[in-house]
Write a protein that binds this ligand. Structure first.
Ligand code: SAM
Length: 287
């Protein structure tokens, strides 16, 4: 018997062996498993001899299924939620159900395992001390551009899920917004036969993908190096930025000056702010 709870169970992202012993035990022991696509999950169930009743919860019946799952949980039954691949809720359904369970005081227990974002990050060779998960970029060009523009000065490593038919467009927009030289990693078909992990500058990665159309297939994670602010010693304002700063500095606070400069120039508010503080410190030293 398992503890009465809603279990959030991670399943493989390709290689069927990537599931924990505990996950298999839980899936065998709960009274009901709710999956995204039952046909897909049946392969996993057959492989591990899991015979627990399986029902589908997808966009069209999510509301109904949520109510049914909550009813079973209220009756004291245990239910497991799985998705087609990896960790449920990570760009997959389940969030409203977890919120409902919390609201009714029902235990929600994670059974961790594969997640494409974390698998890609762990092998990318880019900083892992701070990272942010951005999921899928918007499909429409204008919105995609705006999202990437907003991330231009993000210093944490960025993780994106990417649809194969949009890979080239996304890499092009990334080159435009992050610059040609920003380091990036394409992690494709992880744990599967054609697994590919390629690290290069954004421009080199784009050229490689264009030259090898087979790299535009399958399941893809893009891991992008965060923005590296230039060190204070190398930060030089251009003539226009310098003139604006000379006017602003006697009129407004350093924070306000930095904010205005960031709207007009190419650097972030934080960089201009650090530059102003550094400049003020140097001036004070010289007086
Ligand atoms: N819940 C999943 C997880 O934990 O990673 C993600 C589900 S999301 C709907 C599907 C996306 O995850 C794919 O389009 C791809 O970007 C990424 N993905 C899933 N499996 C992958 C794999 N084996 N290799 C690379 N990316 C994968």
């Amino acid at each position: 018997m398992v503890e009465h709870a809603l279990y959030i169970v991670s399943t493989p992202i390709g290689n069927l062996a990537d599931i924990t012993f505990r996950a298999v035990d839980i899936l065998k022991s709960v009274s009901w498993v709710v999956a995204e696509d039952t046909r897909h999950s049946r392969t996993l169930f057959q492989h591990y001899g899991i015979t627990t009743p399986l029902s589908a919860c997808h966009a069209h019946n999510e509301h109904q299924m949520r109510a049914k799952v909550m009813q079973r949980l209220r009756e004291g039954q245990s239910v497991a939620l799985i998705s087609d691949a990896g960790t449920p809720l990570i760009n997959d359904p389940g969030y409203p159900l977890v919120v409902d369970a919390h609201a009714e005081g029902i235990a929600v227990i994670p059974v961790p395992g594969a997640c494409a974002a974390i698998a890609a990050l762990s092998a990318a060779g880019l900083p892992v001390d701070r990272f942010c998960f951005e999921g899928f970029l918007p499909a429409k060009e204008k919105a995609r551009k705006a999202r990437l523009a907003a991330l231009q000065h993000e210093v944490r490593t960025l993780i994106f899920y990417e649809a194969p038919h949009r890979l080239v467009e996304s890499l092009m927009t990334m080159v435009e917004q992050f610059g040609e030289m920003r380091l990036a990693v394409l992690a494709r078909e992880l744990t599967k036969r054609y697994e590919t992990i390629r690290k290069a500058s954004l421009q080199a990665l784009l050229s490689w993908v264009l030259a090898q159309p087979e790299q535009q297939k399958g399941e893809i994670v893009l891991v992008i190096s965060g923005y590296e602010p230039p060190s204070l010693d190398t930060l030089v304002l251009n003539h226009q930025e310098q003139s604006i700063l000379d006017v602003l500095i006697d009129e407004v606070s350093p924070q306000q000056a930095a904010r205005i400069l960031a709207k007009l120039g190419e650097r972030s508010k934080q960089e201009y702010y650090r530059f102003i503080l550094n400049r003020n410190a140097k001036e004070n030293k010289n007086t």
